[in-house]
Design a protein around this ligand. Sequence first.
Ligand code: DC
Length: 205
Amino acid sequence: MKIAIDGPAAAGKTTLGKRLAHALGFLFVPTGAMYRAAALAHHRGLALEDMDITVGEDGRVFLNGEDVTNLLSNPELDELSSRLAADARVRARLVELQRRIAAGRDVVMEGRDIGTVVLPDAELKIFLWATLEERARRRQREQGGTFAEVLEAIRRRDERDSTRSCAPLRPAPDAVVLDTTGKDPDEVLKLVLKLVEERRARLAS
Ligand code: DC
C-alpha cells in the first residue's frame, strides 16, 4: 500500500507521516527533506549528477552516504530548497529517486506532488491543510524568530510552491483534504488511521 501526504509548508506532513508509518510498519519517505538535502548539496557545490540521496529508518536522509538529517531544518534551507524545487532538472532527478525508493514496498511519502506526480496510483492520498497563521505558529515554535517573519517566509514559499510551472502544489482530484487547524497530532493520526482501515476494507472487498 502506498500513502501520499501532500500539503503546504508546516502543515504537519512530517509529524503525521512519521507517526503513521510507525503505526503501520511502513517506510517513511520525507521528500521535503530530500529537496532540502539537494539544496545542501547545491550549497556545497555538488553537481546534480554527483548527488545521491537515500532514506533510512525513521525518515533519516543521507547525502552521498552522510546522514545530513540534523542539518536540514533552518530558514536558509527552507528558502533555498523551495527555489531549487522549481528547477525541472532537479525535480526529474528527485522524482526518479523517490519512485525507486517506493518500488515494491509499503510507503508513507510526504511532499507537494506525491499524489499528483510521484505516486499517482497511491491507494490513499491525503492533502493536509491548516491556516497560514496556525502553520506560522507551529513553525515559530520549532525554529524561533518573530511571528511576522515566520508567517511572511511561509506565505512566500507557499506562493512559489503553488505557482511554479513544474509540478505545482495542488490536491490530487482523488485526495482527501484534511484541515488540521486546531487539531493536535494525535487527533490527526487517529483520523488518518481510520481512513487507512476504510481503504483497506474497500480494497479487500
Ligand atoms: O516540506 P518541506 O518544507 O520540507 O519542503 C522543502 C521545499 O521543497 C518546499 O518549499 C517545496 C519543495 N518540495 C517540493 O517541491 N516537492 C516535494 N515533493 C517536497 C518538497
